[in-house]
Design a binder for this molecule. Structure first.
Ligand SMILES: Cc1ncc(COP(=O)(O)O)c(C=O)c1O
Ligand code: FES
Length: 402
């Protein structure tokens, strides 16, 4: 198993913090009671779940009672969307964007087959939506507006509160997929227009398979999982206590590290980006560089394939990604970059580097050292260097034959 790689794929998932592992372990061995049980042992475990809930609430600037533990970010997104629709059965319209994660996009697509009308807001070349298009789409029939806080591929941050203000004018429920934003930008639900917010543990150094959904007090909620009374009736099923305790600790650590870590990551990210742009011709940053997560850079390299770059990076022990992990097997160009209208010459050659608080300067320097040579080597093999039309023709040919 590769252990000592240079891991720059933190938007796909993160390493579990050793402190998180440590607090979690006893809940896999000695502290096994059911938190709903009446005995003292159960009560003790229930208290640990409560502490974790407070830790997650603190990170979001929420109240403990507004946190519902889920199995992952995908569940949070599904639960929020269903809840919003079930709470307002008379409304049949949903607004989202073209660049959402599949956990939102595919739910919306399915809802279209069930009689809902869905507006997929377009984005400009920076990946930003047009607030006028949002306003023009909102009606009294709009049940839900669901948009992501920050994009997983480009790091582009949407103007959430400006969106929320418009959503509130029309009385719709406002759900935000903040899976990529939590822990990377400060959040405060007390001063926000957000009604529901999704987060996921494995993006913030907790294990995979745990997440949380913030549900503002007073927002009508109907559960996705129906059964026992757990999570105040908002999510049935015996709690995954070890993972919940881990998420709590991870949230506490994120809060502790947020300011200094994001400053460091931004500095390293900018150094990586500026060095690559300076050393490599025909490349550009994808996304909104002014409104962007501090840990993410997505760079398009003309005339070459992202997958080929990844393979060569991999040979150097460097983990990066082209697009999102869940769609990377498909070889289809990213729906996010396509929605941004990227030219075909860069669409296939875009790479995402995503950093975390463990990323070191030496690791970044190593990437800066190897990338120019990798790109040069691949371009030497590409017969279409500086020939946009030829490249385009070849891409169309391979797409048809894939
Ligand atoms: C923006 C966004 N939403 C949702 C998810 C899904 O989260 P999970 O993997 O915990 O189901 C991800 C994970 O990649 C994501 O990046
Ligand atoms: S689940 Fe986000 S990378 Fe796929």
């Amino acid at each position: 198993m590769l252990k000592n790689c240079i891991y720059l794929d933190n938007n796909a998932t993160t390493k579990v913090d050793p402190e998180v592992v440590e607090v979690m372990l006893p809940y896999l061995t000695d502290y096994y009671a059911n938190p709903s049980s009446m005995h003292t042992f159960g009560g003790q475990i229930g208290k640990s779940v409560k502490v974790a809930r407070e830790q997650v609430a603190a990170l979001l600037g929420a109240d403990e009672s507004e946190i519902v533990f889920t199995s992952c970010g995908t569940e949070g997104d599904n639960a929020a969307i269903r809840a919003a629709l079930l709470a307002q059965p008379e409304k049949r319209h949903i607004i989202t964007t073209q660049v959402e994660h599949p956990a939102v996009l595919n739910v919306c697509k399915q809802l279209e087959t069930q009689g809902y009308q869905v507006t997929y807001l377009s984005v400009n070349e920076k990946g930003q939506i047009d607030l006028n298009e949002l306003e023009a789409s909102l009606t009294g029939n709009t049940a839900l507006v669901t948009v992501m806080y920050a994009n997983n591929e480009t790091g582009t941050i949407f103007p959430i509160e400006e969106i929320g203000a418009r959503v509130k004018e029309y009385g719709a429920i406002f759900h935000v997929d903040a899976v990529q934003a939590v822990g990377k930008i400060p959040l405060n639900m007390k001063t926000s227009t957000i009604d529901m917010l999704t987060m996921s543990g494995h993006k913030i150094h907790a294990p995979k398979g745990i997440g949380a959904l913030y549900v503002r007090r007073g927002v009508r909620f109907r559960p996705l999982l129906i059964g026992g009374h757990q999570e105040r009736g908002r999510r049935a099923g015996t709690e995954n206590v070890p993972a919940i305790v881990a998420l709590g600790k991870a949230a506490e650590l994120e809060m502790f590290h947020l300011e200094e870590a994001t400053k460091r990551e931004r500095k390293l990210r900018d150094r990586l980006e500026q060095s690559l742009l300076a050393k490599i011709p025909d490349c550009a940053v994808n996304g909104d560089v002014k409104n962007r997560l501090p840990n993410t850079t997505n760079i398009g390299f003309k005339y070459i394939e992202g997958e080929a770059i990844l393979l060569l990076l991999n040979k150097h022990g460097i983990c990066a990604s082209s697009g999102s992990a869940c769609t990377s097997g498909s070889l289809e160009p990213s729906h996010v970059l396509r929605a941004m209208g990227l030219p075909y010459t860069t669409l296939h050659g875009s790479i995402r580097f995503s950093l975390c608080r463990y990323t070191t300067e030496a690791e970044i320097d190593q990437v800066i050292a190897v990338m120019p040579e990798i790109v040069e080597r691949l371009r030497a093999l590409s017969p279409f260097k500086n020939d946009d039309a030829g490249w385009l023709q070849q891409q169309e040919h391979t797409l048809v034959n894939r």
